[in-house]
Design a binder for this molecule. Sequence first.
Ligand code: C2E
Ligand code: CA
Ligand code: CA
Ligand code: CA
Length: 276
Amino acid sequence: AKADGRGHFRVFTPSMRDELLRRKKLMNALRLAIVHDELFLLFQPIVDTTTGKTRGFEALLRWRHPELGTIPPSEFIDLAELSGQIVAIGAWVIDQACREAASWPSDLFISFNVSARQLTDNALIACVAKAAATHGIACERMVVEITESTLIDNDAAALSVLHELQAMGCSIALDDFGTGYASLSYLQRFPFDKLKIDQSFLRKLDGENCDDAKIVRAIGELGRQMALTIVSEGVETPEQLALVRSARCALAQGYLFDRPLSPKAARDRLRQEGAT
Ligand code: C2E
Ligand code: CA
Ligand code: CA
Ligand code: CA
């Protein structure tokens, strides 16, 4: 057992030891992930809830480790944050995402996730500008997704970076909306263009009148009042789509439409849509 510094003791079990070892191993391996070309992006379509047409894609990061297989972001993003590697990895994500978006019709947006360390690092603005110039895509096509926790503790710095990104033409989306501690006060203080309703509000829908359905509708109304585009995440069933449509959420994302796709599969989807 080990004291945690506040007089509590945690029993240190073998499985916790394995977990720690795995995390240490991952953290070391992550250093070489970019150099060894082990990172890649998948692209999940975000569709118009009324027409069903693809309006853009969210870039989602994956890591293919030679021995451990494909590692989901839930296992390594926080490690990359801790070690500071997220800044280099994040720059790679923005560059690759914009490179891919350059091959799509120019009315489609590209959304990418930005973490706290990146948002307060001076390099972010330059990184976005460079990706736009290198790949010839307008910043107006870029959506920067951040979560409430990204903003905690660095309000002032984050605010000025967000304003600068918007001045360049980027949109700002508040991800996982509704799960934080102070979502509404963030809406007051930060200049968002989009809100992404967290998937947890769609998970246990069992009828139009359950509380979650009411919350989704209320967020739809909030979006109209504040002129924010509402994106519903985690739409898996036709019933969930019917709800987000009736709540007049403009955009939706989820397995009902497609899983995160390889770059080629994303282009095939666009080609098929264009043909119909
Ligand atoms: P997120 O930004 O909230 O992304 C949505 C997650 O929901 C993705 O998980 C996506 O695959 C999953 N998803 C999409 N549709 C459905 C659905 O219908 N049902 C269910 N159950 N899940 C769905 P993923 O790709 O594992 O990413 C997890 C999180 O990792 C992301 O959550 C994001 O916070 C973070 N992440 C991913 N890529 C990056 C990145 O490039 N940079 C940073 N900083 N974070 C990233
Ligand atoms: Ca996101
Ligand atoms: Ca989300
Ligand atoms: Ca999330």
